[in-house]
Ligand binder design. Structure first.
Ligand code: SAM
Length: 506
């Protein structure tokens, strides 16, 4: 592995005596980890099932991760190829990347924006802490990456997410002052990924660091606009470049954001604006940044230290990362009822979704459709109560479920407007793959457990199976109790309904 000399000089300037230890760490094995998805593995018994199944497949679990109680470091095996991965039982994510969400501290019921969200590691982590209550807007500017994000949201069975494909400036026109919490996991120069990803090394240049720095300032401006008074913003990167990290923290403070004290875990170190000064002293000509740091008061310099953290791969088990935590002045409790900022989704009444009600009566448990309070009126809307809660609405012939209070979707490019329940056509309802992944075996009347990993893989590969003597209808196919998708039983055959585009042929 060889690095740009200028990169090495910059890191030397920041790390001094620790430079050699850092360089040595880059030639050691990358750390691999996964995060159990609490939306599905919500009991210790289920978590044990995942661990046992993966251990039998050759995965060795070692230490836990201090800042993410559901994260586990592992070596060996191929958890990404196990059917439990397709069931959304866990998400593969390196340990340092799990730290920003710890500091965001998501809670059920909040309105949270993940502004730069693809492929979805942090969005799925946020969602698992929201327990399907509140609203998560997961945004990604790049359409292809937004599609991958959307699939990961589906795989993890998330019910309360709106996946959007917007530029931050477009989103901020709609959502001004709306969110309780915002994560900006910014596009960055990726220095923290050098051990993991050779492409990050090839793409590195001082010019790209500058470009990323400017882009981040633009994104953060929009994020601040969308934050409610009293709301929290976490900014993070996977780079060491202080023109991005500490410099952006300084910008946020200069716009009036308040620092929030970061309690650091063992091995983390505070950010420090003098890192930028040290880089400038190596002769890098970054005039705009110099002008800013020359005017920073001692108080601001101290605030940057207090609210930020750096994760270095020679100090912790994980890749490189930076985070900083801020709050907007104001009282967040005033934001509690501020839903419907962009109007409401167009609701439906009980009759409009009769085929779905019939499906729910026949095949789902603990889920029912009730008319709203004004239900005596002919065109009254309805909602779902029980295990699946929210407001059903149609998008063409597709039926979706919006979390309670979800804003209207006018003027936004949406990839996934809530939980996709299924398709309604010619008076019939066909359940979606998203619905299968959002349900557990307790939520359905019929389920069929794949007896082995190979049986589960053959289901994921689209194979139907012959099973004698079942009752006719829709079956949730499960592995170790985790749902994989739908099959429909008739004439002795469980007909496979795994989506063609997601099939994995083994
Ligand atoms: N948070 C993600 C996760 O945990 O899986 C990783 C996000 S990645 C570090 C940054 C993302 O920002 C990329 O997906 C990239 O496409 C997106 N991005 C690039 N330019 C952007 C811009 N101008 N505004 C917003 N997002 C941008």
């Amino acid at each position: 592995m060889s690095f740009d000399k200028s990169f090495e000089n910059r890191i030397k300037a920041i790390l001094g005596e620790e430079f050699d230890a850092f360089m040595t760490s880059l030639s050691t094995e990358k750390i691999t980890a996964l995060r159990v998805n609490l939306l599905k593995a919500n009991t210790s018994e289920r978590i044990e099932k995942i661990k046992t199944a993966l251990s039998e497949d050759g995965t060795d679990f070692s230490s836990e991760i201090n800042w993410e109680q559901n994260g586990i470091i592992y070596a060996g095996g191929a958890p990404g190829k196990h059917p439990l991965h397709e069931a959304g039982a866990y998400y593969i994510q390196e340990p340092s990347a799990m730290s920003p969400v710890y500091y965001l501290d998501p809670k059920p019921g909040e309105k949270i924006l993940d502004l730069c969200a693809a492929p979805g590691g942090k969005s799925t982590q946020i969602a698992s802490k929201m327990n399907n209550e509140g609203i998560l807007v997961s945004n990604e500017i790049d359409k292809k990456r937004a599609q991958i994000l959307s699939l990961n949201i589906e795989r993890c069975g998330i019910r309360n997410a709106l996946v959007t494909n917007m530029e931050p400036s477009g989103l901020s026109e709609v959502f001004e002052g709306y969110f309780d919490k915002i994560l900006v996991d910014a596009p960055c120069s990726g220095e923290g990924m050098f051990r993991k990803n050779d492409e990050a090394i090839d793409n590195w240049s001082p010019e790209n660091v500058r470009l990323c720095s400017r882009r981040q300032t633009d994104i953060l401006k929009q994020a601040v606009k969308m934050l409610a008074p009293g709301g929290r913003l976490v900014y993070s990167t996977c780079t060491f470049a202080p023109e991005e990290d500490e410099y952006q923290a300084a910008m946020l403070l200069s716009w009036g954001m308040k620092p929030v004290k970061a309690e650091l875990f063992e091995g983390m170190v505070s950010g420090d604006i003098t890192n930028l000064q040290r880089i400038l002293d190596t002769g890098e000509n970054l005039l705009e940044t110099r002008a800013v740091i020359d005017t920073l008061s001692e108080e601001t310099q101290e605030e940057i230290k207090i609210c930020s953290g750096r994760l270095w791969p020679h100090r912790i088990k994980g890749e490189g990362h930076f985070f900083a935590i801020f709050e907007k002045e104001g009282d967040i409790s005033l934001n509690a009822d501020l839903y419907g900022i962009n109007g409401k989704v167009r609701t439906v009444n009980v009759d409009d979704i009769k085929p779905f009600s019939e499906f729910a009566d026949e095949f789902l448990s603990d889920i029912c459709i009730v008319p709203d309070e004004n239900g005596k009126r002919k065109k009254a809307s309805c909602r779902l109560v029980g295990e699946l809660k929210g407001v059903p609405f149609m998008f063409g012939d597709q039926l979706y479920l919006a979390p309670e209070g979800m804003p209207g979707i006018g003027g936004i490019t949406v990839m996934r407007p809530g939980l996709h329940l299924g398709t309604m056509k010619n008076g019939r309802f066909e359940p979606s793959h998203s619905l299968a992944l959002a349900l557990s075996k307790e939520n359905v009347k019929h389920c069929h457990e794949a007896g082995s990993v190979s049986e589960a893989m053959s289901f994921i590969g689209g194979m139907s199976s012959r099973v004698p003597g079942l009752e006719k209808g829709w079956y949730l196919i499960t592995i170790d109790g985790f749902s994989l998708g739908w099959a429909k039983y008739a004439g002795g055959i469980l007909k496979n309904h795994y989506p063609k585009g997601l099939r994995i042929y083994t």
